[in-house]
Ligand binder design. Structure first.
Ligand code: SAM
Ligand code: SF4
Ligand code: SF4
Length: 386
């Protein structure tokens, strides 16, 4: 927690939302939507990216995500029977892929806590897009179990990983993870993932002003030229328990200015449509991008909304479909896969839900009152998946 601010944690016992009914038209055979990749939401955004949360549990207590005061020993996590099974996840994911999803990211909570995760990875790795291409299959992890699991995940078909690391100094990192977890073990996990071929590896650092922003330059120096792409993420007002305040956000523009003061950077083009990170390349002595030094990125979720190109859906641990990271409710797909629907019905339901989507929270945030995070009934990131 920032030393210069008073912690303002909202003690919610159960931040899990109630679900939104599946649109009635989805169940009507005469208005069936078939999966042919042409699906668009109300703002003409396609569906290309699916994040799947495989557990709501975590072995860290990052203050910005699962503050200890809320996620304590009395917190009730989902029982196993409530979780989607690997077969249910794969069945749902198959329909998303038929609708045009090309990228799947496993997340959580801490995804590597889910037992036998490599079995799910193998099932998802076998999926193909309608054009016959394999998916971009990746996973976001806090790295704590990565050294142990990297090899098996690669063997199961995982392509790459993103590792979260909020600083190189143990005291700072432990203040962020709040469970005294050492930096060296995460770095070992990153090295194991590199050795296993799970690259290009990305490292995500959430920047909280006054708490870990002194780690920006050491992190950049450490990963420059290592083949790892470091990305700085603005601290977001996601969920309703982290006591978010705009004062704790260090804008990406300030991060870039700080980096530029120590090492020259040049702006790079986005690698693909809908990319959330702005890319910057490290420059050589002549001021030109030097691929050997690599690149850094900034994700400006607070100061520069990217809702206009947001093509991402999120499937929660218990099978609720969320259309936005800041949604308060999801659509209960689990009831559909546990009911008597066939795959075409399931695809049609997903199609109707996506067609009705008009979410663009970040774009609207600027017009909201400053303390809008307080008391909001937003879903927690550890439940929906980051
Ligand atoms: N436990 C895994 C991890 O930490 O990588 C995966 C789940 S975590 C919710 C996914 C990502 O969300 C992490 O990179 C984390 O730093 C980021 N995150 C969580 N809360 C955030 C917040 N309030 N603002 C910005 N990023 C956040
Ligand atoms: Fe756990 Fe990841 Fe949330 Fe940290 S950010 S508490 S590691 S789920
Ligand atoms: Fe997408 Fe919602 Fe984030 Fe906008 S606020 S970029 S719609 S997840």
């Amino acid at each position: 927690m920032a030393e210069n601010s008073t912690p303002r944690i909202v003690p919610l016992r159960d931040a899990r939302p109630r679900h939104i009914p599946i649109p009635a038209a989805a169940m009507d055979a005469s208005s069936r939507i078939s999966a042919d990749g042409s699906l668009r939401d109300r703002l003409q955004r396609p569906l290309r990216d699916l994040r799947i949360s495989v557990t709501d549990r975590c072995n860290f207590r990052c203050s910005y995500c699962m503050p200890k005061e809320v996620f304590d020993k009395d917190y009730v996590y989902l029982p196993h029977s409530e979780l989607l099974s690997f077969e249910e996840i794969t069945r749902i994911a198959t329909q998303f892929v038929a609708h045009g999803v090309e990228k799947i990211r496993l997340t959580g909570g801490e995804p590597l806590l889910r037992k036998n995760l490599e079995l799910l990875v193998a099932q998802l790795a076998a999926l193909r897009t309608p054009q016959g291409k394999p998916l971009d299959l990746t996973l976001t992890t806090n790295g704590s179990l990565l050294a142990r699991k990297a090899h098996d995940l690669k063997a199961a078909g995982l392509q790459r990983v993103t590792v979260s690391l909020d600083g190189l100094d143990d005291a700072v990192f432990q203040r962020m993870n709040d469970v005294d977890f050492p930096v060296a073990d995460v770095l070992d996990g990153i090295a194991a993932a590199q050795a296993a071929g799970l690259g290009p590896i990305k490292v995500n650092m959430v920047v909280k002003r006054g708490t870990n922003d002194q780690e920006i330059l050491p992190m950049a120096r450490h990963f420059r030229g290592s083949g790892v792409v470091l990305r700085f993420i603005e601290y977001m007002d996601v969920g309703a328990t982290n006591g978010w305040r705009m004062d704790d956000v260090l804008p990406s523009s300030a991060v870039i200015a700080r980096l530029q003061s120590a090492m020259p950077l040049v702006a790079l083009e986005p690698a693909q449509a809908g990319e959330t990170a702005q890319r910057w390349g490290y420059a050589d002595a002549g001021g030109r991008y030097d691929p050997a030094l690599g690149e850094v990125g900034v994700i400006s979720s607070v100061t520069q909304a990217f809702c206009g190109s947001c093509n991402r859906a999120r499937l929660s641990t218990e099978g609720q479909l969320f259309l936005c990271l800041f949604a308060s409710q999801g659509y209960d797909l689990r009831s559909l896969v546990r009911g008597h629907l066939d795959d075409a019905d399931l695809a049609s339901a997903i199609g109707h839900i996506w067609q009705g989507r008009s979410d663009r929270y970040s774009a609207l945030r600027a017009g909201m009152p400053p303390d809008h995070a307080q008391g909001a009934k937003r879903v927690e990131m550890s439940y929906i998946g980051g």
